[in-house]
Design a protein around this ligand. Structure first.
Ligand code: A3P
Length: 328
């Protein structure tokens, strides 16, 4: 990015300029491809990152110390992180913040209530991660094997949210189009499609990311594997499952008051996307809150992908997951 562009672009788009010497040296040795939002992505330990995201990943692996009670929401970008952040925050804090009364979600974007772990380390090696309440809730795009060791040592709870790859790709493409600069990043849906199929998506390959967590969730009860589509189809069933898993099950009294429906309504796409805070405000790095809300539906890929594209993606998914029992 030239100096002129970098002076006027939002902070999230400032790339290599802001990197530490250590990270500059590392990325110079990594496989490099064209990025979706940023000019380039780099392959580190099998997964693709923008330069600054990678800086956060490495610092976080080095310096982050998990606490036993920490809870992690893991996703690949655009699989419904914003929604699950809202739900998980509301669930675990519902004694402190009554769902019906002046809830923090009414004045805060979910990303400000549940931080992205590695992004906290993007510019600061030792960020302040003291929370005003316990447990600490973090979201992350870390692949399973790159999670900081202490997360596994303490057997912290992990919720993995996965989405159908066709919808994930379409959502990612729209997001990238909105956020990227004119001159950089991907341009056509065809180009995005080819990159996604080759595994070249942010924090991808999509399938490898999901499969590691899927396989671990089969043998490890501290990992809950959720699908966006299931959540959309039977939200109350999965909300109760999630509450149970996190150690915050609904009591009979709570059930009687209709709290499950209240939480779902508070965190629904319609409610969140229509709040002023999410229509007009920006995140600290300059991303607009509204860029995290588009349609929030299952099957929007049908409006964008050709039959051939859909078939090709389905075939890749079938092949990648064959023998593992994961169907998306
Ligand atoms: P679409 O682009 O398909 O609409 P992430 O939060 O991981 O960035 O994912 C963004 C996707 O989740 C977008 O999908 C967005 O519209 C959708 N989304 C955001 N909030 C949601 C909500 N409360 N319920 C359902 N989907 C939501």
């Amino acid at each position: 990015m030239d100096t002129q562009t970098s002076l006027f672009s939002p902070k999230y788009l400032q790339e290599e300029e802001a990197l530490s010497q250590e990270c500059k040296e590392l990325i110079s040795s990594l496989p490099k491809e064209k990025g979706w939002i940023f000019s380039h992505i780099y392959k580190y330990e099998g997964f693709w990152y923008s330069a600054r995201h990678l800086q956060g990943v490495i610092a976080c692996q080095k310096y982050f110390h998990a606490q036993e009670s920490d809870i992690f929401l893991v996703t690949t970008p655009k699989s419904g992180t914003t929604w699950l952040k809202a739900i998980m925050f509301t669930l675990v804090n519902r004694k402190r913040y009554q769902v019906r009364e002046n809830h923090p979600l009414l004045n805060n974007n979910p990303h400000n209530l549940v931080p992205f772990l590695e992004l906290e380390y993007m510019d600061i090696e030792q960020p302040d991660l003291s929370f005003s309440s316990s447990p600490r809730l973090f979201a992350t795009h870390f692949p399973y094997f790159l999670m900081p060791n202490s997360v596994h040592d303490f057997a912290c709870k992990i919720v993995y949210l996965c989405r159908n790859p066709k919808d994930n790709l379409v959502s990612l493409w729209h997001f990238a189009k909105k956020l990227k600069l004119q001159a950089t990043g991907i341009h056509s849906l065809e180009e995005a499609f080819d990159m996604f199929c080759s595994g070249l998506s942010p924090c991808g390959p999509f399938w490898d990311h999901a499969l590691h967590y899927w396989n671990e969730s089969k043998k490890n009860s501290r990992i809950l594997f959720l699908k966006y589509e299931d959540m959309k189809e039977e939200p109350a069933v999965h909300l109760r499952r999630l509450a149970e898993f996190l150690g915050y099950p609904f009591s009979a009294d709570e059930e009687e008051t209709g709290i499950v429906e209240e939480i779902l309504k508070l965190c629904s796409f319609d409610n969140l996307s229509n709040l002023d805070i999410n229509k007009t405000d920006k995140k600290a790095y300059g991303m607009e809150n509204k860029s995290f809300f588009r349609r929030g539906e299952v099957g929007d890929w049908k409006n964008h992908l050709s039959t051939e594209m859909a078939k090709k993606l389905d075939k890749i998914t079938e092949q990648k997951f064959s023998g593992f029992g994961l169907v998306l």
